[in-house]
Design a protein around this ligand. Structure first.
Ligand SMILES: [Zn+2]
Length: 415
């Protein structure tokens, strides 16, 4: 090959890499409550360079004017590696590793294609390699934050708990996941003392880590709030006085009312017979649907409470993370703009990533989703993400109307 050809190849590779991207939009929600009309978004490298002005002459242009554009959505609670095995059962230890890996890859693609460009997994040690490979650009999936193995053992004394926090920090975990109550399948009562919770959330803070706490009962949510933990997950039985305390202290609330229980009930045979997935457990989950919805409605009345967007997605739920939005708005009565802010900028803030993700502004990562329809006017449009960009790279770009998205089976009110 001639020197000249090599030179021009190098040059074209360089200029291709450096060409900015322009997204033409007609309706754009910035993730912080603003609506922009007929603007272009200019992307350079992985970031948003500017909004508006003239398109650079050499730009690669995507016309999203027929779509509704939002920041990439964030799921603060997704068990991304949980899946059904080739036999259609909730996968366990006897599954061949090579099959497990492919099912995890399926979950990653499904989640990203649904418009979720960042998720937080609480957590499994398997998350580590998945997280790092995605970050290196070698694997397709949402940006991942993980706690690795959660702290679950109520028998541990505070010193052992602190040591485990330090161990997670050393392993490279992004945050700590703590269980302070039983599962909803077992009634959700508190399992730890105040001293134990103080030890975990205090040590995590000292190490620069956030702590998210599985807490169903009011008592467990209160103890976690007093301990300065970052967020309360689930909180099915949280009471008004505890919501007030959480609002005062700035503790985030991550209710999961729209996907996790529905998905378990829809896939009962795939879980049934494993651990506490028994008749009693399913009966609790069935009851949980209205309990969690009522608690969510109660939470909405606390105007200063920071309600973030987590689904607790497990096997069978990945790629349907948007159903949380549908239920929050349609059944919970949440203002759709507030629900979108929750799924974008507010969740980013809860991850301490508000300067990177969660809004469409200059300097932010170019995580941008286009929906067929407007989720703020038609909730089901949230299930029709047809354009997905993460960090300036386009992962999905479908023709308009080529997705149907989820709708409740049977009658309109079925959940
Ligand atoms: Zn969970």
């Amino acid at each position: 090959m001639s020197k000249f050809l090599l030179f021009t190849l190098a040059l074209s590779a360089l200029s291709a890499q450096e060409r900015p991207i322009v997204l033409k939009t007609s309706t754009l929600y910035d993730g912080k409550g603003k609506t922009l009309h007929n603007q272009i978004v200019v992307i350079e490298g992985s970031k948003i360079a500017r909004i508006g002005g003239a398109a650079p002459a050499n730009a690669v242009v995507y016309d999203l004017a027929a779509l509704t554009v939002t920041p990439g959505w964030i799921d603060t609670h997704s068990h991304i590696i949980w899946h059904f095995d080739n036999n259609g059962r909730f996968a366990g230890r006897d599954e061949p590793q090579e099959q497990a890996v492919l099912h995890i890859a399926e979950n990653l693609v499904a989640t990203l294609n649904a418009g979720f460009t960042t998720i937080q997994s609480p957590g499994s040690i398997q998350d580590k390699d998945v997280r790092d490979m995605i970050a290196h650009g070698n694997l397709v999936g949402p940006r991942i934050l993980s706690s690795f193995q959660p702290i679950t053992n109520p028998q541990w004394d505070p010193a052992k708990m602190k040591a485990t926090v330090d161990e997670r920090k050393q392993q490279g975990a992004d945050f700590i996941k703590l269980f302070a109550s039983k599962s909803i399948r077992e009634g959700g009562a508190i399992t730890l003392s105040q001293e134990q919770i103080d030890a975990v959330c205090g040590e995590a803070k000292a190490q620069g880590l956030r702590t998210i706490v599985h807490a169903h009962s009011a008592e467990s949510a209160k103890a976690s709030t007093l301990a300065g933990c970052t967020s309360i997950e689930h909180g099915a039985f949280v009471t008004d006085d505890v919501f007030d305390l959480m609002a005062q202290r700035g503790t985030y609330y991550d209710p999961n009312i729209g996907l996790v229980l529905q998905n378990y009930l829809e896939n009962k045979p795939k879980y049934f017979g494993i651990g506490n997935y028994n008749e009693e457990g399913f009966a609790y989950m069935e009851k949980g649907l209205s309990i969690t919805l009522d608690t969510f409605k109660k939470a909405l009345k606390h105007k200063d409470l920071k309600i973030i967007y987590g689904t607790d997605a497990t096997a069978g739920a990945h790629g349907q993370n948007y159903r949380e939005f549908i239920v929050r708005v349609k059944d919970g009565g949440m203002d759709p703009m507030q629900a979108l802010i929750s799924a974008t900028s507010l969740s980013a803030q809860s991850l301490n990533l508000e300067k990177e993700i969660g809004s469409i502004e200059p300097g932010m990562q170019a995580d941008i989703v286009g929906f067929d329809g407007d989720p703020l006017k038609d909730v089901y449009a949230a299930g029709r993400a047809v354009f997905v960009m993460k960090g300036g790279k386009v992962y999905e770009n479908l023709a308009r109307g080529s997705k149907t998205g989820w709708r409740p089976a049977g009658k309109e009110s079925a959940r």
